[in-house]
Design a protein around this ligand. Structure first.
Ligand code: ATP
Ligand code: MG
Ligand code: FE
Length: 346
């Protein structure tokens, strides 16, 4: 089937077009620069930007894919979770498109889409895998038998999300927003990951008893901020590259350790990693190394498909259509706090 997917949960207006598991177009317009000076995404600004970018982005995707809107078999859209006003723009556009084309509409979960996007790179998802979702707003370990049926949460962050920690630490280091890619780059530019050993949250024997598959990054963020402040107070230079590398090492160490532990707990031999932080070069490298040693096959989409995009929404829509799932009602709402267990808005 030919599926058009629309993503507007945050600051990216994304329109993706897929045929089955083949990516035909992935058009994106981002309002990130408009938010940068505020150090975070401003919801009102994001909604307005989506409204302006929506039709041109749909046009651009259709041109790239070499299709007409009337060729589309179904429309998929992120119906949650995300910023309420931003979601509304995408959902309204998708409804209009589905209604005018007289085609089914699938309101899908943004987080499940971060996992499903890997089908575009590596084909069918394995039957039985742990999915580690690490993004700007979420950090979770999920057991996935069949993504079209739902996911089973095993654990998640008890405070900050991994991406949030990257963004906050970047700010402390004076790097631009959103900080993840800048920390990645600073670390790669000669950063010494063993320069300081920052704390690994929820990994003590005692914490593991209650929080084996949960994460905590707020203590790490505070530890980095304290370390940097004390250096500055002493009038010493802050070695940004080393601190970035050491912070990144702490995050990746905990993520990969717990993900592999979750695979072992479930007896799964596959690990999927998705979400913006999955674009991180050190996380990808460490996951490869540690999973290889543990006999686990790891799948991570290419960096451009890890951060928000429309292709991921089309990919999940396509899996749902292929599985014969009934579409969402045309009256479907935007659900800013859509639970991760709900893959499709019914
Ligand atoms: P959610 O998916 O939870 O709703 P979101 O959609 O805002 O949140 P994503 O676009 O999936 O988040 O991811 C954005 C996050 O990924 C940001 O916090 C950003 O800093 C982080 N990120 C992007 N690239 C990298 C990288 N190379 N290294 C580390 N973090 C990164
Ligand atoms: Mg974004
Ligand atoms: Fe996202």
């Amino acid at each position: 089937p030919l599926i058009l997917g629309i993503e507007t949960s945050c600051d990216e207006t994304g329109v993706g077009i897929v045929r089955g598991q083949t990516l035909l177009a992935d058009a994106i317009a981002s309002s990130v620069e408009e938010h940068a000076r505020f150090g975070g995404v401003v919801p009102e600004v994001a909604s307005r930007a989506h409204l302006e970018a929506m039709v041109p982005t749909i046009r651009r995707a259709c041109e790239t894919a070499g299709i007409k809107p009337t060729d589309v078999d179904a429309v998929a859209v992120t119906s949650g979770p995300g910023l309420a006003g931003a979601l509304l723009v995408g959902v309204a556009a998708a409804k209009g498109l589905a209604l005018s084309l007289d085609k089914p509409l699938y309101g899908v979960n943004h987080l499940a889409a971060h996992v499903a996007v890997d089908t575009l790179e590596h084909g069918d998802l394995p039957k039985g895998a742990i999915a580690m979702l690490v993004s700007g707003g979420h950090s979770s370990l999920l057991a996935v038998e069949d993504i079209t049926e739902g996911v089973q949460p095993m654990g998640s962050t008890i405070d900050d999300a991994a991406g949030e920690a990257f963004d906050k630490v970047a700010r402390v280091l004076g790097l631009p927003f959103p900080g993840g890619p800048y920390i990645d780059k600073a670390a790669r530019d000669g950063g010494d990951r063993l320069y300081v050993r920052f704390p690994r949250g929820l990994t003590s024997q005692r914490d593991l008893e209650r929080h084996r598959f949960d994460f905590s990054f707020s203590g790490l963020k505070t530890a980095v901020a304290r370390w940097v402040e004390s250096r500055r107070r002493d009038g010493e230079d802050v070695p940004v590259n080393h601190v970035a590398a050491a912070f990144q090492e702490a995050v990746c160490d905990v993520l990969t350790r717990k993900a592999i532990d979750a695979c072992k707990d479930r007896g799964y031999e596959h690990l999927l990693i998705g979400g913006g932080v999955a674009a991180n070069s050190r996380l990808r490298q460490m996951a490869e190394e540690r999973c290889a040693a543990a006999g686990i096959a790891v799948r991570v989409p290419r960096p451009g498909l890890c951060t928000d995009n429309g292709a991921m929404v089309a990919a999940l829509g396509s899996e749902l259509v292929r599985a014969g799932k009934a579409p969402s009602p045309l009256g479907l709402p935007a659900d800013s706090s859509m639970p991760i267990t709900e893959v499709l808005n019914k």
